[in-house]
Ligand binder design. Sequence first.
Ligand SMILES: NC(=O)c1ccc[n+]([C@@H]2O[C@H](COP(=O)([O-])OP(=O)(O)OC[C@H]3O[C@@H](n4cnc5c(N)ncnc54)[C@H](OP(=O)(O)O)[C@@H]3O)[C@@H](O)[C@H]2O)c1
Length: 347
Amino acid sequence: MYKVFINGYGIIGSRLASVLSKDNETKLVGIAKYSPDEKTQDAINRGYRVFVPNKHIKEFKKNNFDIAGNIEEAVIESDLVIDASSEGNGYKNKVKYYRPFGKKAIFQGGEDRYGKKSVAEIIHNSRINYDKTKGKDFVIQGSCNVTGMGKIIQPLIENYKDSIKRFDVNLIRRWADLEDKKEVKDSIEWDKDPHHQDDFKDIVPNINLYVDALKVPSRMMHLHQMTIRFSKSPPSKDALLKIFQDEFGVAILNNAKGTGEIRKKAIELKFEHGDTNMVHIHSELIRVQEDILKISYSDDQTGMVIPENYLLIQSMLGKKPRNEAIKLCDKLFGLKRKKKVLEKTYY
Ligand SMILES: NC(=O)c1ccc[n+]([C@@H]2O[C@H](COP(=O)([O-])OP(=O)(O)OC[C@H]3O[C@@H](n4cnc5c(N)ncnc54)[C@H](OP(=O)(O)O)[C@@H]3O)[C@@H](O)[C@H]2O)c1
């Protein structure tokens, strides 16, 4: 059994805890909290052991929280730590805990791949480089957008490598997550240097890819508009849909009205945390125009990386073959079932 500790219990950490606590292959050592707020009680009520930094123990106890110990103790007890901290803390945690105690760690997409605060030498995308992460000590799980791009780009490369000239992607990103307390600003904001392009090129080095990113006042998922230029005629819409019909973690939906409707549907269908955990190709938006193919798909920002982190554990600790890891992942997340339900709803 893999002993895993989750360092951080926010949007991503709480989702990882839900899933790992029910997995037969994993023992969830516990979760880390840094602020003695209502989410601490939520974790305790769910039966998780809560670990806090030494300097905060008194404060948590003063607030009557039943604390299991400090972060060092949890790290020592674990085989691997999933760092689900707010962006930028991963490096500090690596230096303070993971490296000194000789523990493997998975970092999230907000951490640095290069420079002084680089946390790992590889970014994982299960559709592209799962095998390269086998047995590794430190790996970054690509962000939700990088994960989503991989699910669409890799099958296209596998089928049309010789005739694709370039990929252009506009990432239309939500301002905040549904559970986020931060205000959604009434503005469309751009990113002058989106990290997603470099992150993706780190995974697929020679790809001719250009990414622009915009943030819009919404809490409901991302939408990616991808334009693919071909050196000869692009595939037809039918040929394209055939490629994606059996893709793991990709649903093909027709006539959904928008990202908000899909998120609300996932909540209504009682998908855990209201996540679909996948990308959804919107088939009515596929366009073939001269040498160009346009694909639009929505990307469940909060859910996308949760199965990815799970697959990464199977690779880093168990060195499992990808097909075996995918089977375990599907058993736990029910992704194929969710895909079927969504495709039946929007057909
Ligand atoms: N939100 C998304 O949709 C999404 C999607 C893909 C990837 N990501 C990435 O996942 C990471 C986490 O994002 P999030 O949205 O889950 O953030 P979040 O909701 O703000 O949660 C961050 C958590 O980090 C904890 N924390 C604070 N200081 C810490 C430290 N030194 N070490 C460890 N944990 C610490 C906070 O604890 P307290 O609450 O107790 O203070 C909080 O629970 C980021 O790298 C982000 O880029 C996020």
